[in-house]
Structure formats: C-alpha cells, structure tokens
Design a protein around this ligand. Structure first.
Ligand code: SF4
Length: 368
C-alpha cells in the first residue's frame, strides 16, 4: 500500500471502499472545487452512512417506481433484438437503416472483470469486418462492461447499449424513462444524462486506446432514447458531449492527484461512519467544502453542508452570491445594504450597489 492508499484507508475506516458507477462519477463534476467531496469520494467513504451518522441523511435517489418504469421502458425499446432501436438510432444519425444488425447480450452472468474482458474483445472485434460482421452490417452490444480508473481504483461501468458500424463509428446509447414533451426534456435530467454518457464515451475511448485503436472511433455524439410526450413511444435525440468529456476528464485527473489534496487535510481527519457522530462532524468541519444548492441533487452530504453553511450567501447559489457583490456573509450584506460603512475599501463598490438596491426596493414597496 502506498502512503496515499494508507491515508485513504484510515479516513474511510474499516469498511472496503465504495465503488463508483457512472452516476457517481458524473456527480463528481457537479462541484469540482469542493475538497471535502474529492477526499471523501477518493477514499471511497460510504457517504450515505456518513450523512446518516452525523444526523443529516441523504434524501435523493430514484424511487422504486421510477426504477421499475425505467426497466420496463428499456425492455420495450430493446425488444425484437433491438430492431426498433436500430431504426431510431440510424435515422437520428442520418444514415441508412442497415438491413442487418447483430445483437450481443453482454449483460448476463460472470463476474464484472470477466464481463469486461469479454466486452473488450467483442467490441474491438467489431472494428474489423469478418464473415460474421460484414462491413455493411451494424452491431449492437447490450450492456457491455467497460472500465475507468477513478482515484486509482478500477471502476466497472455499464452503458445501456453501444452501437457499432453506424456512420463508421461507435455510439453510446442511453435509454432514460423521463419524457421528452414537445421536444423538450427536463434540463437537469438532460444535463445529468449527458455527463453520464460522457463517462461511457471516455471509458470506451480508453478501451480502444489500450487495444491500439483510434479513440476517435467513438463518437462524441451520444443517443438519448426517451418516451415521447406522455406515451411510451420512444424518441431518439443526439447529444454532443464534448464539453462534458473535458469536465469529466479534468475531474478524474484531479482525483488521481489526491496526495496533493491530502497535504492540506488534517492528519487525524476521519470520515469513518462508525466513529462518534460529534467527532465526525468536527472532523468534517476541518476540511473545506463549497456548498451550493446543486449539491442537493448530487451529493449525499448536502444537508450537512447546507446546515454548516447557513448564513452564507453561497447557500443561495452562485448567481445570487455574485449579485450580492461576492460577499460571503448574509449578515454583512444586510449591514452594508442598511448603510453601515464598508470596513474594507474593496467592498466600497459592493456596498454602494447594495445600498442603491435597498433604496429602490424600499421605494417600490412604498409606492405599492
Ligand atoms: S454537499 Fe458538501 S461535500 Fe458534497 S459537494 Fe456539496 S459542499 Fe462538497
């Protein structure tokens, strides 16, 4: 074990590290500046257990109903060896619908490492036309097992589908059960799906690179298949995930440099969910966090961090904080708006703006 690995094991306690998945890797990009999160995720801490132990249990995750609905929709879309899916994907890519497509189910049996090896072999074989894969035919791979390194840990990832030989490239296909109504999907869900798909694209590109192929054979355009309007009729959309690829890559590189982050973390820092709750809360408070409202949808510690950050303008979101002159403390904002002189000359401009805003608000209320 390296020094860093020993340190991370001590932070997490006796439990084995929690493994990441595409959703948790995607969530890492939600608040990349947060040291607390990077250290906890790097150490593989059981964050739901930790949040519960300090008295602020996480309150997000898919309901059982949503999971069941998602599975039913996915099975419907993939029925008949993916015939309808193939048509949807080909049409959305603007290529002729192939007369033939092979369907390979990589989702069943075996342990993840064996599945990953089998997936790697079959996916790379799809690059070379053979008797069973003629150049003009498409190949659909159901639930291939891919891999990515996160903070030195090998993580297994399972996209819904990878389509090969359509438009000459691999395409990641994600099937989601949230609806697209009048051509519009929920922006937050769409953004999360784009980052998650970017994680799969990255993993597939790394596989091709490791096997000596051009990683650009994996398209940066992913296909998102959702129900149309209020029906179960599937509709496919193209998402360009180039920006998300950069963001995910940057955050994974940061996780690989955990020893740099750990240099600023107290030597006795613990996040072991079995430790005393008060000691845990004290310990967490000594590692800097950067709470923002987005944390509520992406990090299990959100309620703890929100409570800790009360009275800070950051809890209202970055745009509000910036609109308040970048001042961190709500009390100071109110004092300046009420006419207290700025003690720091750098705050003079913000103070003048806040006083003007307060006066305009008072005038508006008086007129009303
Ligand atoms: S909830 Fe807390 S630990 Fe998690 S990302 Fe936000 S500030 Fe960081």
């Amino acid at each position: 074990m390296t020094d860093t690995e020993q340190r991370l094991a001590a932070i997490r306690g006796d439990a084995p590290p929690k493994r990441h998945n595409a959703r948790t890797i995607a969530a890492l990009t939600g608040n990349p500046g947060c040291t607390r999160r990077a250290v906890l995720d790097g150490a593989g801490v059981d964050k739901p257990a930790l949040a519960e132990r300090v008295g602020f249990p996480a309150r997000f995750g898919q309901s059982r109903f949503a999971i069941t609905r998602g599975n039913v929709f996915e099975a419907q879309v993939k029925a008949d060896g993916g015939a309808e899916l193939l048509r949807l994907v080909a049409e959305r890519l603007g290529v002729p619908v192939p007369a033939a497509a092979s369907w390979t189910d990589l989702g069943d049996g075996d342990d993840p490492a064996t599945r990953a090896r089998r997936s790697a072999t079959l996916l790379t074989e799809a690059l070379s036309p053979t008797g069973s894969h003629p150049a003009e035919s498409a190949a659909l791979f159901d639930h291939p097992m891919l891999g990515l390194s996160v903070a030195g840990q090998r993580v297994h990832l399972e996209p819904d589908l990878v389509a090969a030989r359509l438009g000459g490239r691999f395409h990641v296909v994600e099937i989601k059960s949230f609806p697209v109504i009048d051509g519009q999907a929920d922006p937050a869900k769409l953004a999360a799906a784009a980052v998650q798909s970017a994680v799969y694209v990255l993993a597939l590109r790394e596989l091709l690179t490791a096997r000596g192929h051009d990683p650009q054979l994996v398209s940066h355009e992913v296909l998102l298949v959702c129900p149309r309007d209020f029906s179960n009729e599937p509709v496919a959309h193209l998402l360009d995930v180039r920006r998300q690829l950069l963001v995910v890559r940057r955050q994974l590189d940061r996780m690989d440099r955990l020893d740099t982050l750990l240099a600023d973390v107290p030597a006795d820092f613990t996040a072991d969910p079995a430790a005393d709750p008060a000691a845990l809360a004290d310990s967490l408070a000594r590692v800097p966090a950067r709470y923002a409202p987005d944390c509520l949808a992406s990090c299990e510690l959100a309620y703890f961090c929100r409570h800790e950050a009360r009275g800070q303008t950051g809890t209202l979101g970055r745009p509000v904080r910036e609109a308040l002159g970048g001042i961190a403390d709500v009390g100071e904002v109110l004092a300046l708006a009420g006419g207290e002189p700025a003690t720091d000359p750098e705050r003079a401009e913000a103070a003048a703006l806040l006083r003007t805003a307060a006066r305009l608000r008072a005038d508006a209320l008086a007129t009303a």
